[in-house]
Design a protein around this ligand. Structure first.
Ligand code: SAH
Length: 253
């Protein structure tokens, strides 16, 4: 049995209770070394084998999984944030299916949400946008043309952009083909870690500020009017709006 576990964005307390229980009882723990906080492993079994997958290719990871499974050991495969975003878990699942090894996925707090928490912002503001786009810019790994930053920017939704901070100049230029240059933009570096940094600016100025702060990895870029302060109040808590759990105060009028 193998569990894919979302480690959360960095702060070890963002790991789910279920994820922690499984990590603490696993025989073999394989974690993505670059971004997973080692404090997650403070309470693992003494006999547990802890393996950093940063220097391993897919075949080497699979070899460890297959051999451990053969010995009847329980395996935790720990990925940063939530494994469903840029986790490269699907290719592992295909191999596990072929080998007849069962697995489950335990979600985690993605850095995209830890970053929003750090910014104290809500992506879906009434009258502004009801949509959040999670994406990355094409780099060494391509992105389908229909999902180019220019195309997505046309929608004018809230956007959170992974894996692109090193190309912030190019990214902001592409965004400004549709968003106005004074659109609010933010960068959160190492959300929820002790050395977290936040930059709040505009699309026009943020690239310069990111470089001045020397941020070139482990950061998310946020764009959209959700970062600003203008919006309508939500219907959910509007006293004149009834829904499943609450009758409107003056519904009889
Ligand atoms: N599955 C992960 C994302 C892995 S891809 C998740 O859900 O968060 C790695 C990218 O995620 C980084 O390039 C960066 O854009 C972002 N990232 C991961 N951890 C981060 C953090 N603590 N703060 C800001 N961005 C982070």
């Amino acid at each position: 049995m193998l569990y894919f576990i979302g480690a959360g964005a960095g702060d070890p307390e963002l790991l789910t209770i279920k994820g922690k229980r499984i990590i603490d009882s696993s025989d073999v723990i394989i974690y993505t070394g670059s971004l997973v906080n080692k404090d997650l492993f403070n309470d693992i079994k003494k006999s547990a084998e802890l393996i950093n997958s940063a220097y391993l290719n897919l075949d080497e990871v699979l070899k460890i999984i297959f051999e451990s499974n053969e010995k009847g050991l329980s395996i935790a495969r720990v990925h940063t944030g939530d494994p469903s975003m840029y986790g490269a878990i699907r290719e592992q699942m295909v191999a596990l299916d072929m080998a007849g090894i069962e697995y489950e996925v335990i979600p985690g707090v993605s850095s995209v949400f830890a970053g929003a928490a750090a910014l104290k912002r809500e992506f879906t503001l009434p009258g502004i946008t009801q949509t959040l786009i999670l994406t990355r810019m094409a780099g060494r790994t391509p992105v389908p043309e229909s999902e180019s930053i220019e195309n997505l920017a046309k929608i004018q939704a809230s956007m959170a952009i992974f894996l692109s901070i090193a190309s912030i100049d190019e990214l902001t230029k592409k965004l400004m083909t549709s968003y106005s240059e004074d659109t609010p933009a933010a960068v959160v570096y190492k959300a929820s870690w002790e050395d977290q940094k936040i930059i709040i600016s505009t699309l026009k100025n943020i690239a310069k500020e990111v470089k001045e702060a020397d941020i070139n990895k482990t950061a998310l870029v946020y764009v959209g009017r959700f970062l600003a302060d203008e919006f309508e109040l939500s219907k959910l808590y509007d006293k004149n709006f009834s829904h499943e759990f609450r009758e409107a105060k003056n519904a009889w009028r």
